[in-house]
Design a protein around this ligand. Sequence first.
Ligand SMILES: NC(=O)C1=CN([C@@H]2O[C@H](COP(=O)(O)OP(=O)(O)OC[C@H]3O[C@@H](n4cnc5c(N)ncnc54)[C@H](OP(=O)(O)O)[C@@H]3O)[C@@H](O)[C@H]2O)C=CC1
Ligand SMILES: CC(C)=CCC[C@@H](C)[C@H]1CC[C@H]2C3=C(CC[C@]12C)[C@@]1(C)CCC(=O)C[C@@H]1CC3
Length: 358
Amino acid sequence: SFYSWWQLCLGNNRCDCLPQVSKRCAVIGGSGFLGRHLVEKLLDRGYSVSVFDIRQSYELPGVTFHQGDLCDKQALLSALKDVSLVFHCASPAPSSDDRLLFERVNIRGTQTVIQACLDAGVQKLVLTSSASVVFEGTDVKNGKEDLPYAKKPIDYYTQTKIEQEKLVLEACNKPKGFLTVAIRPHGIFGPRDPQLVPTLVDAARQGKMKFIIGDGTNLVDFTYVENVVHGHILAAEHLRADSPICGKPYHITNDEPIRFWDFMSEVLVGLGYPAPRFHLPYTLVYGLALLLLLLTWILRPVMSFKPTFTPMRVALAGTYHYYSCEHAKEHLGYKPVVSLKEGIARTVASYPHLRRGA
Ligand SMILES: NC(=O)C1=CN([C@@H]2O[C@H](COP(=O)(O)OP(=O)(O)OC[C@H]3O[C@@H](n4cnc5c(N)ncnc54)[C@H](OP(=O)(O)O)[C@@H]3O)[C@@H](O)[C@H]2O)C=CC1
Ligand SMILES: CC(C)=CCC[C@@H](C)[C@H]1CC[C@H]2C3=C(CC[C@]12C)[C@@]1(C)CCC(=O)C[C@@H]1CC3
């Protein structure tokens, strides 16, 4: 009957059986890892997309590229023409560790993004923040969104992600018709990720992945990229003046915390490398990482090198950091769409060139 057909459509939370209405949105950072996955899903869902990024990494029908720096308001304005919804997922890579660059792009650049949205008449802004905004290098177990921002963030990246999130959430202004929300993912992984798997394999190839830091029981969230995308789109589609999500942050995870070292081992073994086996005390490795960092600073005038085990990575590898996504379930109707097991299998299969011996 018509009624049961309609119920089926509603139950799917999206109607695949009706033609999708064309909607226009912009993805700032749309050439990056998360950004491109987001763009692909938005196209699937009937959106046309304007990508704004400092580089263009692909071409797709339905996507218009605007190359530029998000600190340049005029450049942003041409990408935001006729756009009512903006996703902001651009950031310098956390490993760049460049304070001035983070401050320029994540803080002043985000102020420029907000101003450009207001000037262009954009109605909704969805920010990709990070669950790390509450992480100080010590255990976070099932952390909820009401945890205070880190007073001592572990690095400049996190420090500027905190300021960025505050700016976007404070810009939410119902009377002006400008609504904002922040998604806080954690440990995103999946095909085309330039960070997690490549760093891991690089360390394994150099023989540095033999050791487990600490006792190896610390639980962590790793979130498959399609779940992060799903959380962003749900947030955008639930963002209305009468919704409780306006001006709020939401954790998006796989809702399956896993031991950090089990996750690393599954990826490594999947790619043909041995799993780490020998334990090293956390404080010893953290101390060594600090020492190494000091050495890179002292030697900077004569030589430069990038250590694999930075204090930030050691803290992430040796502590608990997993977050509750109950609020996203309640307010956004969020539920992970790809399990951790399936996500790892798809990720491993997507990196044939990183397999041992390739
Ligand atoms: N990866 C993860 O585990 C997590 C990521 N996040 C957040 O998710 C977002 C996306 O991350 P991810 O996809 O991994 O990162 P990527 O580096 O893959 O994507 C970010 C994109 O933004 C671009 N960009 C950087 N600076 C500027 C600028 N000034 N103007 C315009 N574009 C710029 C980058 O270009 P280029 O590459 O040339 O710098 C890149 O294309 C970020 O905000 C990040 O903080 C949050 C939690 C976890
Ligand atoms: C110990 C070691 C060398 C592990 C290799 C993997 C690491 C490169 C990743 C493990 C946890 C990851 C992570 C991030 C980046 C890559 C890792 C350190 C983020 C810092 C990316 C940006 C965020 O917002 C938070 C992430 C936390 C987890």
